[in-house]
Unconditional design. Structure first.
Length: 211
C-alpha cells in the first residue's frame, strides 16, 4: 500500500497523542540525566503541530505536512529537542518533496534523511546514548525490509521495532553527548529520553496505517 497525505496526517495526529500520553514518563527520564524538560517541551511542540494540521491545504503532500511539523517544532520546542527533531522532519520532508504517495523506497529515504539530519545537527554517533541509538537501527531495519521485498507497513514495523530495541539498549551506555555526558558512569542504567520519544514517533507511524 502506498501512503499518502491521509496517512501522514494520521501519523502526525497520533504522534501528538502519544507524546502527550507519555509526557510525564519522558520528563522523568530526562530528570535523571538531562534538564528534566523533554516531555514538556515535546508535548508543547506536538500540541502546536496538531493544531496546525487543519491549516494544511487540500492539495498538501506528505512532504508539505512534514515540513509543517519541522517549522513548528523548531519554533516551539525548547532545548536541544527543537532543532534536532525539527531538522529530522525538515530533511525527511525534502526527501519526499512533491510525492503524493510514498512507497517503500520513499519511506527508507525519508527515515534516512531524518537520521542524517539529526547527525548533522547533533554530531552524535551510535553508542553515544542519544536518539541516534534509536534512529540508526530503525533506518537499517527499514532498508533491510525494503531489500527483502516487504511492503510499506512491514517496513514501518521493522523501523519501529528496531528503534524500540535501540532505545532500550541505551540503558547500560555511558553518555558521550549532551548534558548526560557530564554524569559519566552515573548515566548508566538510565534510558535516553530522546531515543524513547523517537521510538514513540516511529511506532505512531505504524499505528497510523490502521486509521
Amino acid at each position: 500500500m502506498a501512503l499518502d497525505i491521509t496517512w501522514t496526517k494520521a501519523w502526525i495526529a497520533r504522534s501528538a497523542d502519544v507524546i502527550s500520553e507519555h509526557r510525564t514518563d519522558l520528563t522523568t527520564l530526562d530528570r535523571a540525566i538531562g534538564d528534566g524538560d523533554h516531555g514538556e517541551n515535546m508535548d508543547r511542540g506536538f500540541s502546536a503541530v496538531a493544531t496546525k494540521l487543519a491549516d494544511l491545504s487540500a492539495d498538501a503532500t506528505p512532504g508539505d505536512a512534514l515540513k509543517m511539523v519541522a517549522t513548528t517544532l523548531i519554533s516551539t520546542v525548547g532545548g536541544a529537542s527543537g532543532p534536532l527533531f525539527g531538522t529530522a522532519y525538515l530533511k525527511a520532508a525534502g526527501a519526499v518533496a512533491g510525492h503524493e504517495e510514498l512507497d517503500g523506497a520513499d519511506l527508507v529515504a525519508m527515515l534516512t534523511a531524518a537520521r542524517d539530519g539529526i547527525v548533522l545537527r547533533g554530531k552524535a554517533e551510535p553508542g553515544d546514548k542519544t536518539m541516534i541509538d534509536a534512529w540508526t537501527p530503525a533506518v537499517e531495519a527499514a532498508a533491510t525490509a525494503l531489500a527483502a521485498g516487504k511492503d510499506e507497513v512491514a517496513i514501518l514495523v521493522a523501523a519501529a521495532e528496531a528503534a524500540e530495541a535501540g532505545s532500550a539498549a541505551t540503558d547500560p551506555l555511558v553518555a558521550r553527548k549532551g548534558r548526560a555526558s557530564y554524569l559519566g558512569e552515573r548515566a548508566i542504567g538510565h534510558r535516553d529520553p530522546g531515543s524513547v520519544s523517537s521510538a514513540l514517533l516511529l511506532r505512531a507511524a505504524v499505528d497510523a496505517t490502521t486509521d
